[in-house]
Design a protein around this ligand. Structure first.
Ligand code: GLU
Length: 289
């Protein structure tokens, strides 16, 4: 049996905090216990928010914590061709379409409908896309493409579900799993989710699924905030004929007031703690690892 493969996959859009330390150390512990491998992946497809200095800080902070990982590290921005190839496969099967509304326009359209009955939201609280662009004629679509309007590539959820059938996943962490550790995937809760853009042929969902398969990841260990994103990941894995890893969604580290940590809260930033003279051993104790 090949060794299990774990990965820690931060986005370099800010400095790491105690929550990242927990996720990274948990991955490392589980990999060690299972005689497995640990990969680090830099998830930097969002060029507007990711910066090289944050990437450099990730390496520095993780080394400081005492972590080691395999090299070379996969950086997603180096692999847009892989994500484009996956999009092309979905497109060839008629499972994606272009939409041209900005987020504000979608909010406005939804507000009008909301007046009568509450409009459905996705698990992150964003309104589901009303599907308006599906009604465009080929000529209208062409004109919008030429006009330079923002263009998002969306999964046609109804068509995708009809093609994929029922899906579930193995959950080893905490969360609404069944007795047997199986969770029924509910990708429909996300509606026609964005999986790519005209200029950036990828989205978090698409890139993570392509990379986990390409890197042979067997165990995805990440925060509970991504629990329901796994529904979309299972759907994309089925549509793209990719294997399903095991999942373990861990509880999030919270601040003293019980709030989720953010990359901008300095009190729990690894760099700040280090500057104050806090040792890696104290960080580990504080997060219980
Ligand atoms: N890049 C994601 C984040 O920093 C994590 C992705 C994952 O673990 O699947 O939140």
């Amino acid at each position: 049996m090949p060794p299990p493969v774990f990965r820690f996959a931060p986005s370099p859009n800010g400095y790491l905090h105690l929550g990242h330390a927990y996720s990274a150390l948990l991955n490392a512990n589980l990999a060690r216990q299972a005689n497995g491998r640990l990969l680090l992946r830099i998830e930097d497809i969002d060029a507007t928010r990711c910066r090289p200095e944050f990437e450099a800080a990730i390496y520095e902070d993780l080394h400081w914590l005492g972590l080691a990982w395999e090299t070379p590290v996969r950086r997603q921005s180096d692999h847009f061709a892989s994500y484009r190839a996956a999009l092309d496969r979905l497109s060839a099967r008629g499972l994606i379409y272009q939409s041209f509304e900005s987020r504000a326009e979608i909010a406005r359209m939804v507000a009008e409908r909301d007046a009568n009955t509450p409009w459905p939201r996705d698990p992150d609280g964003a309104p589901l896309y009303p599907g308006t662009a599906k009604q465009l004629s080929a000529r209208e679509r062409e004109a919008l493409m030429k006009s330079g309007a923002p263009c998002a590539l969306r999964l046609d959820m109804a068509a995708a579900l009809a093609s994929a059938g029922d899906l579930d996943w193995t959950e080893e962490g905490e969360g609404p799993g069944g007795e047997d550790g199986r969770v029924r995937a509910q990708p429909e809760a996300w509606g026609d989710v964005v999986i790519g853009r005209k200029d950036t042929p990828a989205s978090y969902h698409l890139a993570v699924v392509v990379d986990d398969a390409l890197q042979g990841v067997t165990d995805v260990v990440r925060g509970q905030d991504l629990f329901w994103a796994t529904s979309v990941h299972r759907l994309l894995q089925r549509l793209l004929d990719l294997p399903a890893p095991r999942y373990r969604h861990h509880a999030l580290v919270r601040d003293a007031a019980g709030a989720k940590l953010s990359k901008s809260t300095r009190a729990t930033g690894l760099r700040e703690l280090r500057a104050e003279g806090v040792s890696p051993a104290v960080v580990r104790r504080r997060i219980g690892l």
